[in-house]
Design a protein around this ligand. Structure first.
Ligand code: FES
Ligand code: FE2
Length: 418
């Protein structure tokens, strides 16, 4: 249980807050490359602030505070140049770093112009997404995590959820919920709605472990009937500090991203890579992108798939869960550890240090540890993931299933003939 003040400290992401200052030390994806095909600029919100994200004619990306420093018109409706952006209202021109370079109606008043600087950050692409950094200079490297870099078929589901990002992160260090939410509750839903729910999630957690590593917390579980040689215990998977989770199965690897838009909204992304051994696919220039549903027109939540069930848990906790009313038990050890990690890293930033997960060295790819034989279910788990998990509503769901099955058949053929 936290005090009201402690809860506020952990969940406030705006400028000048302790958590907001910590979160401004990381890169965030905010858009897809295709968002800029039809228009060069897009309004986005990040960490409680409004921004204009834009792409220049030569293909460079920039991010600047949305409201023009002159009289606050939106720069999203501006004129994009190779060296920055110009406001559509009176033509003030801004460099990538936000410095005002021109004020057409001001008779070249350099004193005035030099004093005007819009807030600005940096932007670049990786894995088909546009990433931004809006914290203090020097910006760290954008970490090139494996799923964004490796070849394969990528599909990306996204939506905006009406809750604080931290309640989603706390779910990532809460292994026990799987048995209930995705096991018994799923079964109950199946029975009442007439579908077959998968049973593999019902295996009891015999023990769980949480180990700090350079990008967050490795979460491990030993399920009933498993040994310390099973992947879920031997390898586990990482909660990525401060806003992600890396999960995987046979030939399927995923990053779950939770971008704090503001205190009560989170941009939730499932970035999934399919790269089955023995499979063949055409090189994709950009991932297939789609919005995944989680709420019906009548306001009820869609819970017929694993992540829909998670969304139900996060959203039904309230916009910002009141942690002064909760009762943490021993099974919530991961949640307590994550809160402590946030507090420690707020202090690190206040002491002028880089927080956990900061990358300062240029690199090609960062490989993350992640189990393959998830829940000891082998490739059956991959099927389940596509049909009843985060790809349930993917427009290429059938193609993904076929890719995995064809690859499995090819592997089997190779094994029997070799
Ligand atoms: S409001 Fe932008 S130039 Fe006037
Ligand atoms: Fe879950």
């Amino acid at each position: 249980m936290l005090t009201v003040e402690q809860n506020e400290e952990l969940t406030s992401v705006g400028p000048g807050t302790r958590m907001g200052e910590l979160l401004r030390r990381y890169w965030y994806p905010l858009a897809f490359e295709q968002d800029f095909d039809a228009r060069p600029a897009k309004s986005v919100r990040l960490l409680g602030e409004d921004w204009t994200l834009y792409k220049t004619p030569s293909g460079k990306y920039g991010i600047i505070g949305e409201h023009c420093p002159h009289r606050r018109a939106s720069l999203t409706y501006g004129v994009v140049h190779d060296d920055g952006i110009r406001c559509g209202y009176h033509g003030w021109r801004f460099a990538f770093d936000g410095q005002c370079l021109e004020q057409p109606a001001e008779d070249d008043n350099t004193n005035f112009r030099n004093r005007v600087r819009a807030k600005a950050g940096q932007a670049q692409t990786l894995g088909g997404m546009v990433w931004v950094y809006v914290g203090p200079a020097p910006a760290p490297e954008l970490p090139r995590f494996d799923v964004y870099v490796l070849d394969g078929v990528r599909d990306v589901g996204y939506t905006t959820l009406p809750c604080n990002w931290l309640q989603i992160m706390e779910n990532s260090v809460d292994p026990h919920h799987v048995e209930w939410l995705h096991g018994y509750y799923f079964e109950f839903l199946g029975k009442t709605s007439g579908f077959d729910a998968p049973k593999s999630f019902q295996k009891k957690h015999m023990k769980v472990a949480f180990d700090e590593f350079e990008f967050g917390i490795i979460k491990r579980r030993m399920l009933e009937g498993h040994t310390d040689q099973d992947d879920d215990w031997k390898i586990g998977h990482p909660m990525m500090f401060p806003y992600g989770m890396r999960v995987g199965g046979q030939w399927i690897d995923q990053m779950q991203i939770r971008v704090p838009i503001d205190d009560t909204h989170t941009w939730k992304v499932f970035y999934t890579l399919h790269h089955p051994e023995g499979g063949t696919w055409e090189h994709q220039d950009r991932p297939v992108v789609y919005e995944f549903p989680w709420r019906r027109d009548d306001g009820t939540l869609i819970t017929d798939y694993v992540e829909g069930q998670d969304v139900m848990a996060w959203v039904s906790q309230g916009e910002i869960v009141d942690r002064s009313q909760e009762h943490l038990g021993r099974s919530d050890a991961g949640v307590a550890m994550l809160r402590k990690m946030f507090k420690e890293n707020m202090s690190r930033v206040e002491n002028g240090q880089d927080p956990l997960g900061t990358v300062r060295t240029p690199h090609e790819v960062i490989e993350l540890p992640c189990e393959k034989d998830k829940f000891g279910a082998g490739t059956a788990f991959t099927d389940q993931w596509i049909t009843g998990g985060s790809m349930r509503y993917a427009p290429i769901r059938d193609e993904l299933l076929a890719l995995h099955r064809d690859a499995a058949a090819a592997r089997e053929k190779a094994a029997t003939s070799g």
